[in-house]
Design a protein around this ligand. Structure first.
Ligand SMILES: [Zn+2]
Length: 324
């Protein structure tokens, strides 16, 4: 990758412990991307109404091809507020993320709508172990038997189904999913002619993983980035932190990503890269609608500024409490 010159190619294969895997219901598909509202009740968070707080997470989007050709490419199979990606390969599919708990069915239906079979998912990847991106993975794994690949830093949260550092807050739980293979920073997942490189960009979670790949379109190569996240969001940065070393990790991620200039910037929340506007441009006939080298640098610069502001806010609050 042009934008990741200093990556170390190391391989750590660790044996995952056998955490019990919940079995969310996967009803046979009806017609139905609109079945997003038919989530199994037991899979929904118990005490926080995420539907009210984040309604866009539950709004269906017609699945579509972002980039590629008839035989290979990257497709969008998420909702309006939560991205899920399908990558077509010569041997089944790779899927990145699974949406909220209960949305495995939605993703499976979106894949069918594109003319593919979700049973053919061979590899599941995760940007990070928070319920809005990992919630549907167990269901997709159960449906397809796919191999779950994730970072060591996020393994415990995925297999335990909890939000690291907020284990007692069950509203943020997700169905546990067993990790079959651990990837390290710079390691490549190669499958069916597709190569995806893992970049550990920690902070938002301990094992937050961004992925990069090259996609060919009309004789041109596009470097595609699936960025994990760098928002502070619900994370405690101090007193006590969400996890040890979180502030240093955020700073590390801003340093790592400083010079990244992917041709195409995608991420797990569509608003990060202005998906709605780009999709409109694409529908209007622009095949390069999602291409834009300046998009990620602009985004990550703002993230770094927001992080400093978020840290300062938490420090002021912490100091005020301490001096009471
Ligand atoms: Zn998150």
């Amino acid at each position: 990758m042009v934008f990741c010159k200093s990556m170390m190619l190391t391989t750590i294969i660790a044996l995952a412990s056998c955490a019990p895997v919940a079995a969310p219901k996967l009803a046979p598909s009806t017609d139905t991307i609109s079945t997003i509202d038919n989530m199994a009740e037991e899979d929904l968070p118990k005490s926080v109404d995420f539907r009210k707080i984040f309604p866009s997470w539950y709004v269906a989007v017609e699945p579509f091809r972002i980039v590629g050709s008839e035989t290979s490419g990257v497709y969008y199979v998420g909702t309006e507020g939560l991205a899920v990606y399908l990558i077509q390969t010569d041997d089944g599919h790779v899927v990145i993320d699974g949406g909220m708990p209960g949305q495995g069915q939605y993703v499976a239906d979106a894949i069918r709508k594109l003319g593919f079979d979700p049973v053919d998912i061979k590899i599941l990847l995760n940007s990070h172990a928070h319920l809005d991106h990992s919630g549907g993975l167990a269901a997709l794994k159960q449906l397809s038997g796919a191999q779950m690949i994730a970072s060591e830093g996020d393994r415990s949260a995925l297999e335990g189904g909890f939000y690291l550092g907020s284990e007692s807050d069950t509203a943020r739980n997700a169905p546990p999913v067993k990790v079959d293979r651990i990837i390290a920073d710079g390691e490549v997942v190669e499958h069916g002619g597709v190569k995806l490189t893992a970049h550990i960009t920690p902070g938002h979670t301990r094992g937050c993983t961004s992925w990069t790949m090259v996609v060919e379109r009309a004789g041109r190569s596009h470097e595609v980035l699936f960025f994990c996240s760098a928002t502070v969001a619900a994370n405690r940065l101090i007193g006590p932190p969400q996890y040890e070393g979180i502030v240093d990790d955020y700073r590390k991620t801003f340093a790592i990503t400083k010079d990244w200039q992917p041709d195409m910037f995608l991420s797990n929340h569509p608003e990060f890269f202005g998906m709605a506007e780009k999709r409109k441009t694409q529908l209007a006939g622009d095949p390069e609608a999602f291409v834009g080298k300046g998009d990620f640098p602009k985004f990550i610069t703002k993230m770094a500024v927001d992080f400093d502001a978020g840290l300062k806010k938490q420090e002021l609050k912490h100091n005020a409490v301490m001096s009471e």
